[in-house]
Design a protein around this ligand. Structure first.
Ligand code: GAL
Length: 843
């Protein structure tokens, strides 16, 4: 059992002014102040948004029915140099935790400090790698000393501010390590020693709240082992006095440059959640609830996109993703209606037929809640339960808070859905609009090859990460090759190629100062091989290879030693006489980073910027700069990078991340209407095939001043900065579609038969922003409407009154509700189950 009680007594004596909660656990649940709790949690990683967004994200989480906010702690953000800590701005973990507390929510602090998370190097600071004798994530003394030091530092900081529940704070839970059990076999017998050490180390820090390890079936007492995955209903913890907990229910999936975008249908996500609570789970966390943005060089991978949207219930820009957010909110309410029965007893599950299961939580005092599931992927079913009959769509769960009436079925969505779009700013329709970038562009060419005094020469090819220590994405490998007049390699380029093998992630080759070719790896294999035709001249020839990383690996056994860069061979091959010269072991000259990085061009303040003679376009290695006024309004803002190649961008000195609109997703595997029935996987539902994996890049509003903002780009491949534009994220339409046989809205749930008889299903609409009203009903049909939001059409059966009824109820109001029944609309087709579908716009 967790050490909470003893610590609580101690604190009660030493800190008389704050009221601490005692957090322990038993086989059913986390126990807070003696009460078992059913908790719903969601991940929001503080550095993936800006502090000014945090209160709104947290409030939207609370409104969505979350009890707990989960975040990792990102070691490499907080300790970029050993012993030098940084908790400012987006790194202000303390402020984030306090804001969650202010909102009245709880915190699960996953310290790691290895976090995976598609975060650069899994969250480890690069300097760890250079500690003599270190081996990461195993029974290695130098590593354990560092891991303990940082973990203790974080715990200490939290204690200083009384942020643990045991001190009256919001933190009810902490995680040590992360999914080590997935890869521990690669570390041999040391793995077990390490995990036992990590458990003991964490416990010794006396937080007064329980610790978890995820995906760690051998987590020693008192650590709770928890499940991560798309489904965790079949999970059982490793001891019968630990509760069944789910630390990562993947609400979607991350995206990678060159890949299509994964999405996860909400019907399936809701199904997974309901199944988990049905089968005894009491704590579930969405990974992610808000994914956000990988600003700067924080993405892992390699090749993880700058966007970490994740198809999460709150989108990258902080707007509700509907109907995902709303439907899950309903699911949470439905589950909470069952909480008392759920925590009072153990579930009892019986079969109602093939693929059909009923689970009942029934107490001696007569409380009863039930979950009915159809886990079949094909057929809807009608089941008999307690003498009543229930319709159960395939791959769905119905929740019955009184063991009799259905409050929600996971496949039936009551929530409004929204269609959002990006609107170019200033809008093209506005004839008075000028270009967003009023001042025009200035630039500086980045020299090809070695230009810095800090360059050095070494024989042979150096691995990149060991060389740059990740101080920069860029490493130049430069070589001068002497050609005598009679070499077979001289000529017009059709007969000689430069062959380069690299561990990745991206490579640009320049011959005698001119761009000659490039190559890139991908998310499944980062290696790059290029064969570049070359024309060599007699005398000195310059070969300059610019090798780039696109986020360091974050997952897998020994991910930290995977390496990158031109490890060779590098060869000249002549087809004239088949001869090859291997250049790999020559004296290569190296430059870590770019001249422009050394000069601090990203801030835009250098005196070197020029507008003469003409703006270079579609040329590699150019720094660009412009100034701009903040686009008007307060809608979330993005930069549309169409027209550019690949690079990094800064606004007022802050990096908005790596851009790469020319990296196009493959053409296969996408579907607009993914069948939610059946097990989801990260490749099941994909969109955006044949399009840039990421074209729009989030620009936080708080980084802008009204005017005089500086935008700096470093363009690697070549592009036209004048094509760059701003876009704001706007809600285009709100929609809802409710059938006559939908359950009542969750908010109206009652087990009183009389009230249920008179109430029917209700369609509700609400504009996303408080200052908006419904201004237009674009579509309304009561009958058998077809299509989805944005493409509704009338079916054969449709009531003539639909539009006027809906207009009357909704126009001019922020929200409206309409009963979905023939008493409101008349009956356009007796005997047929009808639906009401509405599309509206808000202004
Ligand atoms: C898990 C890991 C998370 C994240 C997730 C995928 O394995 O624990 O940190 O990487 O996968 O998004």
């Amino acid at each position: 059992m967790a050490a909470g009680f003893g610590l609580l007594l101690f604190l009660a004596v030493t800190t008389p002014f704050c009221f601490g909660a005692n957090v322990t656990y038993d086989h059913r649940a986390l126990v807070i102040d003696g009460k078992r709790r059913v908790l719903v949690s969601g991940s929001i990683h503080y550095p993936r948004s800006t502090p000014d967004m945090w209160p709104d994200l947290i409030q939207k989480s609370k409104d969505g029915g979350l009890d707990v906010i989960e975040t990792y702690v990102f070691w490499n953000l907080h300790e970029p140099v050993r012993g030098q800590y940084d908790f400012e701005g987006r790194k202000d973990l303390m402020k984030f935790v306090k804001l969650v507390k202010e909102a009245g929510l709880l915190v699960h602090l996953r310290i790691g400090p290895y976090v995976c998370a598609e975060w650069n190097y899994g969250g480890f600071p690069l300097w760890l790698h250079f500690i003599p004798g270190i081996v990461l994530r195993t029974n290695n003394e130098p590593f354990k000393a560092e891991m303990k030091r940082f973990t203790a530092k974080i715990v200490d900081m939290m204690k200083q501010e009384n942020l643990y529940a045991s001190q009256g704070g919001p933190i009810i839970l902490s995680q040590i390590e992360n999914e080590y059990g997935n890869i521990d076999s690669a570390y041999g017998s040391d793995a077990k020693t390490y995990i036992n050490w990590a458990a003991a180390m964490a416990t010794s820090l006396d937080t007064g709240v329980p610790w978890v390890m995820c995906q760690q079936s051998d987590a020693p007492n008192p650590i709770i082992n928890t499940c991560n995955g798309f489904y965790c209903d079949q999970f059982t913890p490793n001891s019968n006095n630990k509760p069944k907990m789910w630390t990562e229910n993947w609400s979607g999936w991350f995206s990678a440059f060159g890949d299509p975008l994964p999405y996860r249908p909400v019907e399936d996500l809701a199904f997974s959640v309901a199944r988990f609570y049905q089968l005894g789970g009491t704590f579930q966390n969405y990974y992610m609830y808000h994914g956000g943005t990988n600003f700067g060089r924080s993405t892992g991978g390699p090749f993880i996109t700058t966007s970490y949207d994740y198809d999460a219930p709150i989108d990258e820009y902080g707007l509700l993703r509907q109907p995902k957010w709303g439907h899950l909110k309903d699911v949470h309410k439905a589950i909470k209606l069952c909480e008392e029965a759920m925590v009072a007893t153990d579930p009892k599950t019986t079969s109602l037929g093939s693929n059909l299961e009923a689970t009942v939580y029934k107490t001696g005092s007569g409380q009863c809640a039930a979950f009915l599931a159809n886990v079949g992927t094909q057929s809807d079913a009608t089941v008999k339960f307690n003498g009543n009959s229930y319709n159960l769509p395939a791959w769905s769960v119905s929740i019955l808070p009184d063991c009799k009436n259905v409050v929600l079925n996971t496949a039936k969505i009551n929530s409004v859905s929204t269609m959002t779009k990006f609107v170019r700013q200033p809008s093209k329709d506005d004839s008075t609009a000028t270009d967003a970038f009023v001042s025009g562009w200035s630039w500086i060419n980045e020299p090809v090859g070695i230009s810095s005094d800090s360059a050095f020469t070494k024989p042979g090819l150096l691995e990149q990460i060991n060389t740059t220590a990740d101080q920069s994405d860029y490493l130049w490998y430069s070589l001068s090759v002497e050609m005598k007049g009679d070499e077979p390699f001289l000529g017009d380029g059709s007969q000689t190629v430069l062959h380069v093998d690299s561990l990745g992630h991206v490579l640009y080759a320049f011959i005698n100062g001119k761009f000659a070719g490039s190559g890139k790896g991908g998310s499944s294999n980062s290696k790059v091989s290029i064969n570049v035709p070359m024309s060599l001249q007699p005398g000195k020839n310059k070969i300059d290879l610019l090798s780039l990383t696109v986020g360091l690996a974050n997952y897998g056994a020994f991910f930290d030693t995977r390496g990158a860069g031109v490890t060779g061979p590098v060869q000249l091959k002549s087809s004239k006489n088949g001869s090859t010269i291997d250049l790999s072991s020559q004296q290569w000259t190296y430059q870590i980073g770019l001249k422009g990085e050394e000069l601090g061009l990203a801030s835009g303040t250098s005196s070197l910027w020029t507008t003469e003679p003409t703006l270079p376009k579609n040329q590699p290695l150019v720094w660009y700069k412009t100034t701009f006024d903040a686009p008007s309004g307060s809608s979330p803002l993005a930069l549309d990078f169409m027209g550019l190649g690949k690079g990094q961008a800064w606004i007022n000195g802050q990096s908005i991340g790596r851009y790469w609109p020319t990296n196009i997703a493959g053409n296969s595997g996408c579907t607009d209407s993914c069948n939610y029935r059946g097990a989801y996987s990260s490749s099941k539902c994909l969109k955006n095939c044949g399009k840039p994996s990421q074209q729009l890049y989030h620009v936080p509003r708080s980084w802008l001043k009204p005017s005089g903002n500086i935008l700096v780009l470093f363009e690697e491949m070549g592009g036209n900065p004048t094509q760059l534009s701003f876009a704001t994220r706007e809600t285009q339409s709100i929609c809802a579609r409710i059938s006559e046989n939908h359950p009542l809205p969750v908010d109206m749930w009652t087990s009183d038969d009389e009230t249920r008889k008179t109430a029917g299903p209700i369609l509700s609409l609400a504009c996303p922003l408080a200052n908006q009203v419904i201004s237009e009903i674009k579509f309304a049909s009561f009958g058998t409407p077809r299509g989805t939001c944005g493409s509704f059409s009338h079916g054969r059966c449709t009531s003539k009154m639909a539009r006027s009824v809906v207009e009357k109820a909704c126009i001019g109001s922020r929200s409206c509700s309409i009963g979905v029944s023939v008493s409101t609309f008349g009956d356009p087709c007796a005997g047929i189950t009808k639906s009401l579908a509405v599309e509206a716009s808000c202004t």
